[in-house]
Design a protein around this ligand. Structure first.
Ligand code: BGP
Length: 465
């Protein structure tokens, strides 16, 4: 007998404020780190001057068009939508004592609209952005003052939305900070590894305090962490490659170990020791870390391989995970290797490691969709990609893994994070927006829209093995 997706499994999509909202200077919003990175999370910092333009400034104009977009999500049958709150809409500089009412009111309206369609909001507190004032005036997360300022922000939104939002996430892809320090922890390029680890520690403490605050203020809510779910395979079965792979996976998973088990693991203490890094950690910090998450959420796009041979590794740098490409896998147009079985492996790995419910909060295929002469967008490649991944999620459920839901990335086309491209489209809904900012912003349904509608209506039974 085939095991199916459980009743109550949440289906939907995931968005991030800075990739969809636009309205970058409306409603009293302050400037964020994302505004200062117009070329994406790996790009250079650009001080924004009046008259400067960035594709993110308007993005897909979700700020003004959300009712129409939510109606389309409802038409697909969504039961959950992952969004993020732009911290700089609530505390424009990051250190005000009182929140910005216009920012709070906008998210009230957004959540009300979702609830009107019985779509459950899942809210990320910080998705790849924070108020620029915190970088400029405090030096980002390197400064422990940010713990207090983040807690103030988290408590403000928990209190305001306590009866509307019951699913929360702390920091998006918290394990990306070593790779994109400004986006992750507000540290400039050129900062040292020791500075990044100290900043990460402050952020992990803040995450623990947010969990504590959420449990106090909204006892019936669940709060999770959010990891980039890349998985490393050994390039060969040489024991040195296998151990190097274990270490690579730990470098991504240690964040989850802290957030799920409540302390820095021994292998990380050894890493810090071996690299001459001393963390400043107080007894209060240790107490804060013990507030562990209720569930583990993660993004999943690709896997990669690891070799202990540094010359070979340097020659063969692959996708954004910077691992060696897997010779057995195909890649997307952006070189991201497609590996549906890897998702089953990862779900099992995380379940074995943490024994906490899992939520796949991002997965999807970025592609250059082109409307045909009749305006239709036949994105069969996206349907195959998503079908194959969902078939593996069903396998993992049959393996005994507890999976709460699936929100695919970018259910409507949006601005990509890595390079702020608009041509890298993930959506079931096409947005008429071109790289130079032209386009009507009109929305239209792709072929995959109807496919996903069917998947949700059948609670996943229509997914082919
Ligand atoms: C994740 C981020 C998202 C998202 C996605 C796809 O890392 O959490 O914000 O954008 O990746 O990446 P990209 O937009 O670069 O294709």
């Amino acid at each position: 007998m085939r095991v199916e997706f459980p009743d109550g499994f949440l289906w939907g999509g995931a968005l991030a404020a800075n990739q969809v909202e636009g309205a970058w200077q409306e409603g009293g919003k302050g400037i964020s780190t994302s505004d200062m990175l117009p070329d994406g999370i790996f790009g250079p910092v650009t001080q924004r001057k009046p008259g400067d333009w960035s594709i993110k400034d308007v993005a897909i104009d979700f700020y003004h068009r959300y009712p129409q977009d939510i109606a389309l999500f409802a038409e697909m049958g969504f039961t959950c939508l992952r969004v993020s709150i732009a911290w700089a809409r609530i505390f424009p500089q990051g250190d005000e004592l009182q929140p910005n009412e216009a920012g709070l009111a906008w998210y009230d309206a957004l959540f009300d609209e979702l609830l009107r369609f019985q779509i459950q909001p899942m809210v990320t507190l910080s998705h790849y952005e924070m108020p620029w004032g915190l970088v400029e005036n405090y030096g980002g997360w390197g400064n422990r003052k940010l713990i207090e300022l983040f807690e103030r922000y988290a408590r403000t939104v928990f209190t305001r939305y306590h009866h509307k939002v019951k699913l929360w996430l702390t920091f998006n892809e918290i394990n990306m900070s070593l790779h994109a320090p400004l986006t992750g922890v507000g540290l400039p390029a050129g900062c040292t590894e020791a500075e990044i680890y100290q900043a990460i520690h402050h952020q992990l403490v803040a995450s623990g305090l947010a969990v504590k605050a959420c449990h106090e203020i909204i006892p019936d809510a669940k709060i999770g962490n959010m990891l980039l779910g890349g998985l490393a395979y050994p390039l060969t079965c040489k024991p040195v490659d296998v151990f190097a792979t274990l270490q690579e996976n730990r470098s991504w998973l240690f964040f989850g170990d802290v957030q799920c088990r409540g302390a820095w693991p021994g292998y990380m203490q050894r890493y810090l020791r071996d690299n001459g890094i001393t963390l400043h950690m107080t007894a209060e910090d240790q107490a804060a870390l013990r507030h562990t998450v209720d569930f583990v959420s993660f993004s999943y796009y690709m896997t990669g391989c690891v070799t202990a041979d540094s010359a070979l590794a340097a020659k063969q740098r692959g996708n954004i995970l910077n691992m060696v490409p897997n010779p057995h896998l195909e890649s997307s147009e952006w070189g991201w290797q497609i590996d549906p079985i890897g998702l089953r492996t990862l779900l099992n790995t995380l379940w074995d490691r943490y024994q906490k419910p899992l939520f796949i909060v991002e997965n999807g295929l970025g592609a250059q969709d082109k409307p045909g002469d009749d305006g239709r967008i036949d994105d069969g490649y996206r349907i195959s990609y998503l079908n194959d991944h969902l078939a593996q999620v069903r396998q993992a459920i049959a393996d005994g893994v507890e999976v709460m839901g699936y929100t695919c990335w970018g259910p409507i086309d949006l601005i990509s994070a890595s390079k702020a491209e608009v041509s890298k489209r993930y959506g079931f809904i096409y947005v008429d927006l071109q790289p130079d900012g032209s386009g009507s912003l009109q929305r239209s349904r792709k072929q995959s829209f109807y496919w996903y509608q069917q998947v949700i209506a059948s609670n996943g039974r229509s997914v082919t093995p």
